[in-house]
Design a protein around this ligand. Structure first.
Ligand code: ZN
Length: 227
């Protein structure tokens, strides 16, 4: 651990979880656009900034690569994944609108008191939680919580092929990078609440409609990023 990094005000990582710490540090910087989409991420620079050796940095970067946030190119090395194009964005939302409302309907049929409770907690996580240290961690925490909420609904719907297809798109990682500079999330919380009300009422058609509305409105909010 070098005092050079400390004197630059960079947060040091704990030895016991060096890879996790490096991962989270790069993750936050990508999600907050501090590392711009497409920008190179030189292993030696990251290692020096964080006061660690290159090995945990490589491990963290290959984990981020599996998560879709980082790309590795021969001879060039690692870079942040490019921002979604407008076409990719529209394709992604068409995909979500096909899958998620129907899964919300099916999930309503499968709900148990326990699984409903899990959804309630996932939704509450987004609205509350401890006070965020800064804007970066607030956004990325919202991204993780929203991803968890949407995945929990797919899990309850019970089709693992659909759930995996959704997971493979890394929807939330891409969308929250896109929305970093746009308005946050109060509206999304209200839309989740509408969805939960439908689940509580056991009304599948209403859950389907509420999910459709939530995704359509998310698309409209995020579309501003392209204007
Ligand atoms: Zn949502």
């Amino acid at each position: 651990m070098g005092s050079a990094a400390e004197s630059q005000g960079i947060q040091m990582v704990r030895p016991a979880s060096i890879v996790d710490g490096v991962h989270d540090s790069i993750y936050e910087r990508i999600m907050s656009l501090e590392i711009a989409p497409g920008a190179r991420i030189p292993v030696d620079v990251v290692a020096r900034d964080l006061g660690v050796s290159q090995t945990p940095v490589r491990e963290a970067l290959s984990r981020l690569e599996r998560e879709g946030l980082v790309r590795k190119a021969h001879l060039i090395g690692y870079s942040a994944a490019p921002q979604l194009s407008r076409k990719a964005f529209e394709d992604l939302f068409a995909f979500r609108l096909l899958l998620e409302p129907e899964c919300a309907r099916i999930a309503t049929q499968n709900l148990t008191p326990d699984s409903l409770q899990e959804l309630e907690e996932a939704a509450a996580d987004m609205g509350h939680g401890e006070a965020p240290v800064d804007r970066n961690s607030r956004y990325s925490r919202f991204a993780r919580a929203d991803a968890h909420f949407h995945d929990a609904i797919l899990k309850i719907a019970g089709n693992e092929v659909i759930r995996q297809a959704f997971a493979d798109q890394h929807v939330h990682l891409h969308l929250f990078r896109l929305m970093f500079h746009s308005r946050v999330t109060q509206e999304a919380l209200e839309e989740h609440e509408n969805l939960l009300a439908a689940f509580r009422a056991g009304d599948g058609a209403r859950a389907q409609a509420a999910m459709h509305e939530h995704i359509s409105r998310s698309r409209d909010r995020l579309m501003l990023a392209f204007e």
